[in-house]
Design a protein around this ligand. Structure first.
Ligand code: PMP
Ligand code: GLN
Length: 397
């Protein structure tokens, strides 16, 4: 070792940094992180943060490992590995009847979160308004604020979380640049019907407003209902960035790989931001996913897989004093706890985690104004043993 490079004095922390006015003054640690940490601290069954506690398909893991071993370890093309973009375009064409050009209309992203941020950054300018439908995923508003846009919040119907098109219509102004729609919906577990997607199309038709369609739970839809993607309707597809996540579909949320599809002119702008945002996404994972997608069975059987878990979980909830709200899609189930406690949602979740040993997420965390509806969200993407242990604890309430 070259001793001239080694500072023999003890390491010290940095001195006071320059003042940095926050770009996101209202942002703290997300509720998902907070509740997972609390669950860990108290040994609670974690039905809070949405992630499976079971492994992904060994075949998928093997495809990725094989890609790594066979040397797919350098930068891929900026937009994503061509085989994966082709597989995504084929899947969308088969399922939703829309042909996206893999060369110009499909981009592989570092999870849906980056897809959403990049779509917002390329679309939204200071002064633009973006409509979000609350309750909504926590990354939407910060993304809009980072772009200098104004968040315009419209509530989905109380406790049922269906779109209220009269209320949405009122929110449009000449400054509206985009609307973000999430179906299947986290946390409401609602799946927009074809009629609702058509109503959205009718509302948008006279405008040039863009649509950011967050469809990360596209393969978790129950009771035979279809997922109606924005890609299905011409009036929506022509203005939409459609976003999905392999993490959700293949039980590998930590991989953070997703995809965005959009008409070429929109995708060209998306890629300008993507190029200097992440440039590219983990190469061997993309090769592995491309191979794995050749078999449609894993995603075609996902609705049945999660429907069984949902039904098992809901049957167990009937033995508790919690009231299960409908769950049409996603891996979430909201419950009304008013028979059990008069606490506010966040306090109830804290109490439930610390005292009963089950972590949940307050619905109020998905609203800017933190409104209370006596509802908390539970995640059933868990092994049956985990669900049963959680249910046994909840039955003591
Ligand atoms: N949108 C919604 C509605 C989500 O629930 C999630 C998952 N937390 C995401 C986007 C982000 O997905 P990813 O983990 O692929 O970034
Ligand atoms: N989407 C996941 C949820 O809703 C959490 C993702 C995260 O931790 N940011 O629980």
């Amino acid at each position: 070792m070259n001793s001239a490079l080694v500072d023999a004095s003890p390491a010290r922390p940095c001195a006071t940094p320059p003042a940095l006015p926050s770009r996101l003054p209202n942002v703290g640690t997300t509720i998902f992180t907070t509740m997972s940490a609390l669950a860990q601290k108290h040994g609670a069954v974690n039905l809070g943060q949405g992630f499976p506690d079971f492994a992904g398909d060994p075949a998928l893991l093997e495809h990725v490992a094989a890609a790594m071993r066979s040397g797919h370890n350098q930068y891929p093309p900026m937009a994503g590995v061509p085989a994966l973009r082709q597989a995504v375009a084929q899947k969308i064409a088969r399922l939703y009847g829309r042909q996206y050009d893999p060369d110009t209309e499909v981009t592989i992203t570092a999870g849906a979160t980056q897809g959403i941020l990049t779509a917002v950054l390329c679309a939204v300018r200071p002064g633009d308004e973006v409509i979000v439908l609350e309750p909504c995923y926590d990354s939407y508003a910060p993304a809009i604020e980072l772009a200098g846009g104004t968040v315009v919040r419209v509530a989905l119907t109380p406790r049922h979380f269906r779109p209220d098109f009269a209320a949405i219509a009122v929110a449009f102004t000449p400054r509206t640049r985009a609307i973000i729609v999430n179906t299947p919906h986290n946390p409401g577990a609602v799946v927009w019907t074809r009629a609702e997607m058509q109503a959205l199309a009718d509302l948008l038709a006279p405008t040039e407003v863009l649509l950011i369609a967050d469809e990360v739970y596209e393969h978790m839809v129950f009771d035979g209902q279809p997922h109606v993607s924005a890609a299905c309707l011409p009036e929506l597809a022509r203005r939409a960035f459609v976003i999905s996540s392999f993490g959700k579909t293949f039980h590998v949320t930590g991989w953070k790989v997703g995809h965005v599809t959009a008409p070429a002119a929109l995708m060209a702008e998306f890629r300008k931001v993507h190029q200097f945002n992440v440039f590219t996404v983990h190469t061997p994972t993309q090769h592995g996913l491309a191979q794995y997608l050749a078999n449609p069975e894993p995603y075609l059987t996902l609705p049945a897989f999660y429907q069984r878990k949902r039904d098992h979980f809901r049957a167990g909830l009937q033995r508790t004093r919690l009231k299960a709200m409908p769950s049409e899609g996603t891996y979430f189930q909201s419950v009304d706890y008013s028979a059990v406690s008069a606490l506010g949602e966040a306090d109830f979740c804290r109490w439930l985690t610390e005292t009963v040993g089950v972590a949940a997420i307050p619905l109020s965390a998905f609203y800017e104004d933190g409104r209370e509806q006596g509802l908390v969200r539970l995640c059933f993407a868990k092994r049956d043993e985990t669900l049963d242990e959680g249910l046994a604890r909840l039955a003591r309430l």
